[in-house]
Design a protein around this ligand. Structure first.
Ligand SMILES: [Fe+2]
Length: 421
């Protein structure tokens, strides 16, 4: 699926050989803003979204789609600057589509700073903000999964979310799998078109700032759902640049927070390499005050049976590492309900244990939950989770799509103790 093209920047005149899936990060400072092309409609990509491949305090990865008639140029500046910087990224074809996916990573940015960006000389402009250098001021982000309700209701649903986003002003969003429900199916490529178009249209703050996305894979990204090769998730791996290796990886926010993004047996086995990597990743981050895991299938399900195959395997291989290295919270999805567990360690309720939050009902119709020893709060309710980190304090609020906070807990980073409200 790779392509190699020679592209010429209309802005800089530089000729670049772009290898697909590579981010070149050829930053040129000091390029003056040229005049607009007379009479041409400004380029407004059908999809534009932000993610990260490296530290979110100093980088941003911009991805956008075109019909192939565009180069890979991004221009950006701080809001207090007058001179655009230019980055030339790369591109590759979107599977089963006429579209081209463009990728450009902006590096060397200033933490906690707002930037404007555009696609060459004659395009619409957007803004983003880098993550702050530290947690001296509160950090807010949203976690949710299973985002689809129905395609007929997609715009209405995203519009509802837009109001909530505007109110909550999250710095980024993590989606825990089952995103556009295209199942890697060539016939369902338009589901991704619609999902990304709705995201671009609605999921911006009131000031026009795009909300960056971090993604983990779910069964509805994959042909066959479970125990497949990455090639069976063509859209997921084509659409989203990732931090490090494909499939499971970690995003380090300076040294104050790490998000570990895992593949719950969709295109990578839970045991073996992924578990080994998880152990090393956790061991190397013992001095990071806030460490969260995000993956699709729950270790502690609120709807499905406790002893289902994938949940059992996660409890066998990942949960002992979570407990050994003190993972703070595991965000789980897939079950289409809300759940909060007790703190769990060694298969029992323990104040030194790990908190599991989920269970993936941002857009999916909620299912009836069941009772079990590890569940302390459940609800059959569409929701997302707003995380606020303020120094050593963490707050997790479950918010339904009408904006009601229906569960809220505080966690102290030093003691792990939980106070529910
Ligand atoms: Fe799922």
């Amino acid at each position: 699926m790779s392509s190699v093209r020679t592209v010429q920047s209309r802005v800089t005149g530089i000729v670049v050989v772009g290898a697909a899936c590579l981010t070149l990060s050829c930053v040129q400072a000091g390029v003056s803003e040229p005049a607009s092309e007379k009479g041409a409609m400004p380029f407004d990509p059908p999809a534009v979204y932000l993610t990260w491949q490296r530290d979110p305090t100093t980088t941003m990865t911009v991805q956008w789609h075109s019909d192939g008639g565009r180069d890979d140029v991004i221009q950006y500046l701080r809001l207090d600057e007058r001179v655009w910087h230019t980055v030339i990224g790369a591109h590759h074809p979107m599977p089963y589509s006429d579209r081209i996916v463009h990728v450009a990573e902006l590096t060397g940015l200033e933490p906690g700073t707002e930037y404007r960006f555009r696609f060459g000389t004659n395009s619409v402009a957007f803004t983003f903000r880098t993550m702050p250098r530290d947690v001296s001021k509160p950090i807010r982000f949203v976690v949710g999964g299973d985002t689809m309700e129905s395609f007929d209701a997609l715009d209405v649903w995203f519009e509802e979310c837009r109001r909530l986003v505007a109110e909550q002003d999250p710095m980024f969003t993590v989606i825990g799998g089952d995103i556009a429900y295209a199942n890697g199916d060539p016939k369902l490529v338009k589901r991704w078109y619609r999902w990304l178009a709705a995201w671009k249209k609605h999921m911006v703050t009131s000031r026009g700032r795009l909300i960056p996305l971090l993604m983990v894979i779910g069964n509805h990204e994959v042909q066959g759902g479970f125990r497949q090769r990455p090639a069976k998730a063509p859209y997921f791996y084509s659409l989203f640049a990732m931090p490090g290796q494909r499939g499971y990886n970690v995003v380090d926010f300076g040294r104050y927070m790490s998000l570990i993004l895992l593949d719950s047996e969709h295109t990578h086995a839970i045991d073996g390499r992924q578990t080994d990597w998880l152990g090393r990743t956790l061991a190397n981050r013992q001095d990071v005050p806030h460490i969260f895991g995000v993956y699709h299938v729950p270790a502690y399900p609120s709807v499905r049976k406790f002893n289902n195959r994938v949940s059992t395997k996660i409890r066998q291989h990942w949960v002992p590492l979570f407990e050994k290295f003190g993972l703070d919270v595991a965000f789980e999805h897939h079950d289409h309900a809300y759940k909060r567990t007790h703190l769990i360690r060694a298969g029992t309720v323990d104040p030194r244990g790990v908190l599991y939050l989920g269970d993936g009902a941002w857009g999916a119709l909620p299912r009836k939950t069941r009772e079990d020893w590890y569940l302390t709060k459940t609800a059959s309710r569409q929701h997302f989770i707003l995380v606020t980190i303020d120094g050593q304090s963490r707050t997790f609020q479950a918010i339904d799509i009408k904006g009601h906070v229906f569960d809220q807990v505080h966690q102290n980073a030093l003691s792990h103790s939980i106070i529910a409200q």
